[in-house]
Design a protein around this ligand. Sequence first.
Ligand SMILES: [Zn+2]
Length: 327
Amino acid sequence: MSRAASGQRPAAAAVDIGGTKISAAVVSEDGTLFGFVTRPSRGVAPDRALELLVEDLGNATREAASAGLTITTLGIGATGRHDRHAGTLGAIDAVLPSWGGSDLPRTLASKLSLPLGALVNDADAAAAAEGRAGAGRAADPAVVVTLGTGIGVAVLRGGQLVSGADGAHGEFGHITIALDGPLCMCGAHGCWETLAGGGAIERAWMSSEREGGASNTTQHSAAEIFDLADAGNRAAQTIVDRAVRATALGVANIAVALAPEVIVIGGGLSARWSRYEPHVSAEIRRRAPIMSVTPRVVLATFGPNAVLAGAGMLALDSRAVDTVVAK
Ligand SMILES: [Zn+2]
């Protein structure tokens, strides 16, 4: 078993597999990142990603070693639901074509000669970072909403992730927001994610019409569509307004249903929080007559690196448990 030598602090190799990017770094116990690298994930096959991750984490390990850290485990946060025991990704082809069921987690651990300490949903990983060392610290319960390509929600009680039966991951991003809304990949209509996720915003742009009636043919990222809306583009404004209203309803539903102390907002789209904030506040205020607790809604402090930091911290946790069992 690889243990941190005396005088050295344990750390985790960590990977964030998202719909648009794959990031890697070494993560210390307090969530500090070393040797951070991020690359696009779209159009990259798992085999090629594996080669790049081995290289990136090798460089990150050398950087961390010079800061007195020893890598003892691997933590991976990835979009979707996964099988940690088999070391395989779940059915994520809708987000990353050809990645569903990939054994990249198990193979990467083997190539790095590390145990796979954590293989978790990315929203859960982000929530663990925010709940333990970020904006949700000391709040109980805390809810972390990740506004990314999809929409993920995780609940923390006493700093621990709350899961469903048999460790199942609840999918709050698929609560119905609009009765007759667009069809979601989950099979339902009008899910929060299919109205307000970054992927949904991008798809809505491609099916929207330019002034004059022709379809938009230039692909844009969700961030660029927010920029177009700010610059006065009418089609972009319609799409962004719908996404913002859907997220305001989603967050207000969380406030009503769970009565948390804090709701933390993270993910790439949280960079546009000034667009969302007035609508979210108004929707929560509207429900005041039935709410005994009004949650504080705050921005994540880890920013886009929450998944990496959380995956690393969860892997280090599991290492501590393994070590106890091994004695
Ligand atoms: Zn859905």
